[in-house]
Design a protein around this ligand. Structure first.
Ligand SMILES: Cc1cc2nc3c(=O)[nH]c(=O)nc-3n(C[C@H](O)[C@H](O)[C@H](O)COP(=O)(O)O)c2cc1C
Length: 204
């Protein structure tokens, strides 16, 4: 029997509260699939975003023992500029919070639209802020795009895969998910693939 998903709020330093989808703690869920949250990141900053909807669906469908945390940290980041932390200066608070959220996660689920045949600038900006500090190195990252039809979104995902390659992330998935009858099952399958990869040792 599936457990009912609970919705609660957790404050992140320097950020608006992140929405956290979690499942009730149960004794029999002692062997968690992944021990730390999976961070869900929308490449779209729109309030009415198909990609955000996809992530909400994934969070609600998370297997028992897996916590999916929806992060909106991307919208708070300044444009990437190494001068902002030159000469040992502390990074801006939003950048610190973003890096901490990534470091505290076992895996990422990114759903991003294609803009101008590429990935969204806000998402690229977020990834750029980790190049020097390495929070995405060897991180398991599932990627997809919520699209109106199967022919859409692939160039954006190709560009996202390329950028994640530059930070040595372990990319899972990479196919767009088209709205339609199979939408929910494809989202669940991607989430399961993410969990499976996160449980696997990189040396396997
Ligand atoms: C400025 C702009 C550029 C876009 N460029 C592309 C594109 O190159 N390829 C594509 O398939 N869709 C493109 N789109 C459509 C978006 O990918 C689509 O609206 C997507 O569903 C937005 O995601 P969201 O619903 O999560 O906000 C573009 C949309 C905008 C507003």
């Amino acid at each position: 029997m599936r457990m009912k998903t609970r919705l609660r709020q957790r404050a992140s330093p320097g950020l608006r509260p992140a929405v956290i989808f979690s499942r009730p703690t149960m004794k029999e869920v002692s062997a968690t699939f992944i021990s730390r949250p999976a961070l869900a990141i929308s490449g779209s900053l729109q309030q009415k975003s198909g990609n955000l909807e996809l992530l909400r669906l994934a969070a609600a469908a998370a297997p028992a023992g897996v916590e999916v945390v929806l992060s909106d940290a991307l919208r708070h980041l300044p444009h990437f500029d190494p001068d902002l932390e030159a000469d040992g200066a502390a990074a801006p608070p939003a950048v610190q919070a973003w890096r901490q959220a990534l470091a505290a996660s076992d895996a990422l689920l990114i759903a991003a639209p294609e803009y101008g045949h590429s990935l969204p600038g806000a998402l690229k900006n977020g990834i750029d802020w980790t190049i020097g500090t390495g929070e995405l190195e060897r991180k398991v990252v599932a990627i997809t795009a919520a699209v109106p039809g199967p022919a859409r979104g692939r160039l954006g995902l190709q560009a996202l895969r390329q950028t994640l390659g530059a930070v040595s992330a372990r990319v899972v998935g990479g196919e767009p998910i088209a709205r339609g009858p199979a939408f929910a099952s494809e989202v669940e399958a991607l989430l399961q693939a993410l969990v499976d990869e996160a449980r696997r040792s990189p040396e396997d």
